[in-house]
Write a protein that binds this ligand. Structure first.
Ligand SMILES: Cc1cc2nc3c(=O)[nH]c(=O)nc-3n(C[C@H](O)[C@H](O)[C@H](O)COP(=O)(O)OP(=O)(O)OC[C@H]3O[C@@H](n4cnc5c(N)ncnc54)[C@H](O)[C@@H]3O)c2cc1C
Length: 419
């Protein structure tokens, strides 16, 4: 983090430094360290004190993480639980659900994945066909999810399932805090063009979830989903760097490590997306910073990055007033543009040499990998076209897209996939 990030938050920065001087102990286990960090409210300082935070601004989370990194201490836990599940449960859950499900996320004890997309339901998420059937105080789940990032290392899924096929599609969906470690769940990795297998297919065959883990009420899952997607898009729009690292939960493999050793592990996500500072540093190091075409592209990237940051600030202000949906979509689009331009610029700076991967490549093939990953930014968190639809309809007041099946009972809608 640059000095310019540090200065406006000097007081908070100093507070974190003082706390770390007293508490950072590299010989603690990661498990013990994260519990101490959560108890002090540093995992999610923007939450209220009673929710486990410190009642600070949303921006404070990034400042705190930067201060931890600069000090050399292991960062607070990351993961999709922190980015999406915790704020969703805090917004839509009962006090009992909040008390039971949120603290383990803040303490890094569990990892979460997002079980939304299906083979026949991505952009048209409300067309999902995974079925939840009530059985006493439990629900039986049957169906298939796909593109489920990090499901292999997760303990819980944010699961969307249809609890009523007799009402229009947006009304029959429910949102569950779904435990993944059970016989009815099969998780299969999918290899991506980056060579990694972060994605998974998740098959649900008579899987079970307690009614107590239904968040936001039966049939209200679409409204709950909007909350989750809002936090996903604002997280991505703000750079989303703390989304996944350090990996929480027993399957993340960090809990038993010595905290001092874990602090030296490089975040894998840094290999996937580049930002302005990365490419400026690369241009300077390789002597390409004086090339006029590179300078021009760097200036464009800087402008995108700054407007993205202003948009994120506007989003936070609007969210505090209870709005901000289309600002979240603008932010997501803006971040996509940044990720793609930075990846292309890395290639322009390096030339053909930049295409070499892994050990043969520059800096371990970071730039080649970022280039190959960058198209994904137009898809995850809702495709670019969908973000533009949201901005058009909700912000600009344009007519809604025709949706002839919107008001029909979902069971009567013609569909090519799912039961
Ligand atoms: C890196 C990555 C991580 C992901 N992680 C997860 C995850 O953890 N959990 C999860 O549930 N999902 C995840 N996804 C899935 C992602 O949410 C979906 O891929 C996305 O919503 C698009 O759905 P789809 O792939 O079914 O494409 P489709 O919906 O079939 O879209 C295909 C194309 O048609 C366009 N299109 C569709 N409808 C419209 C329309 N109405 N108007 C204009 N254009 C339209 C789309 O923009 C797109 O270009 C991830 C995806 C990626 C790339």
């Amino acid at each position: 983090m640059s000095g310019s990030e540090e200065r406006p938050h000097a007081e908070l920065w100093a507070q974190v430094q003082a706390w770390l001087e007293e508490w950072w102990d590299p010989d603690l286990t990661v498990d013990a360290w994260w519990k101490a960090v959560a108890a002090a409210g540093w995992t999610a300082p923007h939450l209220s004190e009673e929710q486990g935070g410190r009642g600070l601004s949303r921006r404070s989370q990034t400042v705190v993480r930067s201060a931890f990194a600069k000090f050399g201490a292991l960062l607070p836990p990351g993961g999709l639980g922190l980015l999406m599940a915790a704020p969703t449960i805090l917004t839509q859950g009962t006090p009992e659900q909040v008390d039971r499900l949120v603290p383990p996320i803040l303490e890094g004890q569990v990892n979460w994945c997002q079980l939304f997309s299906e083979p026949g339901a991505g952009s048209d998420l409300a067309g999902l066909t995974t079925r939840a059937t009530r059985d006493g105080d439990k629900w039986i789940i049957n169906g298939q999810k796909v593109w489920s990032s990090m499901a292999m290392t997760s303990d819980f899924g944010m699961l969307l399932a249809r609890t009523d096929f007799d009402v229009p599609k947006h009304r029959g969906i429910s949102w569950f805090a779904f435990p993944l470690d059970q016989p009815g769940v099969t998780i299969r990795p999918l290899r991506e063009m980056t060579g990694q297998a972060v994605f998974n297919e998740v098959f649900l065959d008579d899987a079970v979830v307690d009614d107590a883990d239904l968040i936001g009420g039966e049939g209200n899952g679409w409204a709950v989903t909007q909350t989750t997607l809002h936090f996903e898009r604002t997280g991505i729009g703000a750079g989303g760097s703390h989304a996944a690292f350090p990996d929480p939960g027993p399957k993340g493999g960090m809990l038993g490590l010595r905290a001092g050793d874990a602090a030296r592990i490089e975040p894998p996500s840094s290999k996937l997306t580049l930002g302005f500072e990365d490419v400026v540093e690369l241009a300077q190091r390789t002597g390409r910073a004086s090339d006029p075409s590179i300078r021009q592209a760097l200036a464009t990237l800087y402008a995108f990055t700054e407007t993205g940051r202003w948009n994120a600030l506007r989003g936070r202000a609007e969210a505090a007033r209870g709005g901000g949906q289309s600002v979240a979509s603008t932010g997501k689009l803006s971040q996509t543009r940044i990720v793609k331009l930075a990846a292309k610029l890395g290639m322009d700076i390096l030339g053909p040499h930049g295409l070499l991967a892994d050990a043969d490549g520059v800096d371990g093939g970071v730039y080649a990998e970022a280039m190959v990953f960058s198209p994904a930014s137009s898809i995850y968190g809702g495709a670019d076209e969908i973000q533009r639809n949201i901005i058009g309809e909700r912000s600009l007041g344009l007519p809604r897209e025709p949706a002839p099946d919107r008001d029909r009972p979902f069971g009567e809608v013609l569909r090519s996939y799912g039961g």
